[in-house]
Write a protein that binds this ligand. Structure first.
Ligand code: ADP
Ligand code: MG
Length: 616
């Protein structure tokens, strides 16, 4: 069992305890801390001097996991077992990513287009949360190795445009990795903090944060008022980054060498890619690159590189224009420009951004470290070490409702600023269901039975309609006095019901600490149970809808189809009580494979609409 530095009796942190800042990136991830002596943020480096851990996960045949540089080697040789860009899948359904399906060289399950994506590696199924947790686990153990102390508390950064579900997924990944995630912080906010922006009292500043990483580009416009960061607008391109630079250089060389891209084998392509990245990096400081790709001499001058890159850079500048107009600001309103992401090392990028904003940019910190450094600054503020900084009132425990299978669905995560509000849509489970029971809980555990029940009420008078059609919006509002107002409203009919509770009533600080501690010690089991309950629920719903479908359409199916379906249904039914998530998923896959052709043929939407919206 993990030992953590909380004094249960007093709820205070132990002296030596470290809160780390983590940049969980699409391409690279890293950890930073405030140095105990210098009090300055520093990134944690291994002996080789490398702070960046590539966000790549490799699974071998026995299911054992490697993360980072060693996993990266398998990207080309074992694409089906090597997961990159897991961050892109966080909180997403297949429908959200289908447009870019060809980008993923591993198997993203596409059966149920509405529910959250899963990745299949061999016979195992992984959620993006689990995948990210492997990266976080690696970062945690590296940090512990370097610091020679247990690391439990962390601040993790996410893009400013991440929605509620994506933020919650990131928190869950942290929990699964054995981390107590004190705060999820926006990447541009962290980058600004690393430059000390917003750390002075009475500071009012408008900041543009330009973040060009390996595969994504983000521009965020922030307004900082007395230490409070507000995102005025975000823009960008989630498929534009340094990888595109590398590919464009490869294309340039191949056309010079009169090589046909399609006829070149994988290994050669990889050699060219790596060489292109090396050239790009060298040309950030040198004027000429000369190299050799399997016996073919290649070269690239800075001028040639810039010609290759100009179209990409222009696209980013267009995004900056859009962000400015969305924020209703003109260039003169921007006080500071912060450069983030490894690709902003390219001089052409710096020049273009400075010239667009008509100002010199903040680039004195390493652009691929600046987000982690800022996360460490935020961690220090949360630890109460930065006395100048005002700490806002926060919710000490997560607030949510019970969903199918007794699972906790968090609407307002712990440590949210007060006042705070959140809303989410749910739907009915049964045809003609006229009421819905809303149970409100507080706590960090995945099953509501382990959390604290705050209130329960019924939403009644929902007009009769088929299962899954009702739209019930549940909203949570924690007002400035810490009172929670929960409202449920069926959007089609307008019926509504609400309740008020005082979440902290009767809870001592010790009890809060104990609840937090329990959630960390049980994180693994809890996530396993959640994954199992979700699979079981998915299986039951699929069995129900398939059954209904068969009853309606028996006459349109062949005897073989009926028999195969019945057989697959029986097998699925048998996996449910056995309690193995991967077996259930495999059986779901099988049944889907059998029913897909005739379901499509009959154009019946029963199956495809069955899983729309979560069911309470
Ligand atoms: P992310 O935020 O997407 O995880 P990073 O900020 O770590 O990624 O950026 C990674 C990208 O930065 C890669 O495409 C890498 O090639 C690029 N990069 C790193 N160093 C340099 C450099 N010196 N010159 C140009 N590009 C660089
Ligand atoms: Mg980044």
């Amino acid at each position: 069992m993990a030992k953590i530095g909380i004094n249960i009796a007093t709820g205070s942190l132990q002296q030596q305890e470290m809160i780390v800042g983590i940049d969980l990136g699409t391409t690279n991830s890293l950890v930073a801390i405030i140095h105990p002596e210098s009090k300055k943020p520093v990134v944690l480096k291994e002996f080789d001097g490398n702070a960046l851990v590539p966000s790549v996960i490799h699974f071998d045949d026995t299911g054992s996991v490697t993360v980072g540089d060693n996993a990266r080697e398998f990207l080309i040789t074992e694409p089906q077992n090597t997961i990159f860009s897991a961050k892109r899948l966080m909180g997403k359904s297949y429908n959200d990513v289908r447009e870019h399906a060809s980008y993923f060289t591993y198997k993203v399950i596409d059966d149920d287009k509405e529910s959250l994506v899963k990745v299949q590696v061999g016979t195992k199924f992984y959620s993006p949360i689990e995948l990210s947790s492997f990266i976080l686990k690696e970062l945690k153990s590296r940090a512990e190795h370097i610091l020679k102390t247990q690391v439990v508390k962390a601040v993790i950064t996410v893009p400013a445009y991440f929605n509620d579900a994506q933020r919650q997924a990131t928190r869950d990944a942290g929990k699964l990795a054995g981390l107590d995630v004190l705060r999820i912080v926006n990447e541009p906010t962290a980058a600004s903090l690393a430059y000390g922006l917003g750390l002075k009292k009475d500071d009012i500043k408008t900041v543009a944060v330009y973040d060009l990483g390996g595969g994504t580009f983000d521009i965020s416009i922030l307004r900082i008022t007395n230490g409070i960061f507000e995102v005025l607008s975000t823009n960008g391109d989630t498929y534009l980054g340094g990888d595109d630079f590398d590919r464009a250089i490869v294309d340039y060389w191949m056309s010079q060498l009169e090589l046909n891209k399609e006829s070149v084998d994988k290994k050669t392509t990889q050699v060219f890619r790596l060489l292109a990245e090396e050239a790009k990096k060298q040309l950030s400081s040198a004027d000429l690159f000369e190299g050799n790709a399997e016996g073919r001499p290649v070269s690239l001058s800075k001028k040639e590189l810039e010609e290759v890159l100009i179209p990409f850079v222009e696209r980013t500048i267009q995004c900056c224009k859009n962000a400015m107009s969305d924020a209703h600001l003109s260039i003169n309103d921007i006080d500071e420009i912060v450069m983030v992401g490894g690709s902003t090392r390219v001089p052409l990028v710096k020049r273009s951004v400075a010239s667009f904003f008509g100002k010199s940019v903040n680039d004195s910190l390493n652009p691929d470290e600046v987000v982690a450094l800022g996360a460490a600054v935020q961690a220090d503020i949360l630890a109460g070490n930065n006395k100048d900084f005002l700490l806002l009132d926060i919710t000490p425990l997560s607030l949510g409702i019970e969903t199918m299978g007794g699972l906790m669905d968090v609407l307002i995560p712990r440590n949210s600023k007060i006042p705070s509000k959140a809303g989410r849509q749910y739907t009915t489970q049964r045809d003609g269901q006229s009421g819905m029971r809303i149970s409100v809980f507080q706590g960090e555990r995945d099953l509501v039975k382990d959390n604290r029940k705050l209130a329960e009420f019924n939403l009644t008078g929902i007009p009769a309609m088929p299962a899954g059609l009702a739209k019930v919006e549940i909203s949570f509002l924690v007002n400035a006095d810490g009172i929670l107002v929960v409202k449920a409203k069926e959007l089609r009919s307008g019926v509504e019901q609400s309740v008020e509770v005082k979440p902290q009533y009767g809870l001592t600080d010790e009890q809060v600490e104990k609840m937090l501690l329990d959630s960390i010690t049980h994180a693994k089991d809890d996530m396993r149970t959640r994954a199992l309950v979700e699979s079981q629920t998915e299986a039951k719903i699929l069995l129900d809808t398939t059954q209904q479908f068969l009853e309606k359409n028996t006459s349109f199916l062949s005897a073989e189809e009926l028999a195969a379906t019945q057989h697959a249904m029986n097998s699925l039914q048998n996996t449910i009580p056995a309690g193995n998530k991967d077996e259930i998923q495999t059986a779901i896959e099988k049944l889907n494979e059998i029913s897909r052709p005739y379901a499509e043929r009959l154009m019946d939407h029963a199956i495809s609409t069955a899983m729309k919206g979560k069911k309470v």
